[in-house]
Design a protein around this ligand. Sequence first.
Ligand code: IMP
Ligand code: MG
Length: 180
Amino acid sequence: MLDKDIDRILFSQSDIENRVADIAAEINRDYAGKSPLLISVLRGSFIFMADLMRAIDIPVQIDFMAVSSYGQGAQSTGMVRIDKDIDISLAGKHILIAEDILDSGKTLSHLMALLATREPASMRVVALLDKPSRRTVDIRADYTGFEVPDEFLVGYGLDYAERYRNLPGVAVLKREVYAT
Ligand code: IMP
Ligand code: MG
């Protein structure tokens, strides 16, 4: 069972559903008359983007990128490797990058610098979770679900060593699971 490794649930499925609906309403307003391209940064954000896109009621396109930064551990290395790139041209598109969590900000800043070179019409970021206390790069999301404390979180797509993604809500992982 996954439950034995969980310290506590921070956000239940319905907490998240409510917040996702708020964010979707903002996106509907901000992008009225446009058709943004949502880019899910795999793998952590796939559940968030799946829920978010269904709460949005303007036309959207989706695509996926995969970058690795954390490997199997709990600390960002600061290195970002593109494991899977987008298949289509971004030129002239309004892109909205969907992230699971903004931690140090390194992954996102590298990714945004890369995508900016492809000349999108606009680029914004939607992050389910934000750990501002951990930021080392001056970067923020345009839309944020929840600010969270400096603890290691899993569930709703977020993993530790590829586990716990299937927990329905966001939970704090017990320190003894990842402390070495
Ligand atoms: P950053 O480059 O330090 O901002 O790291 C961002 C990425 O690290 C996220 O997209 C996650 O994949 C991962 N990450 C950061 N904090 C957590 C966490 O608490 N739980 C699970 N993954 C995390
Ligand atoms: Mg991620």
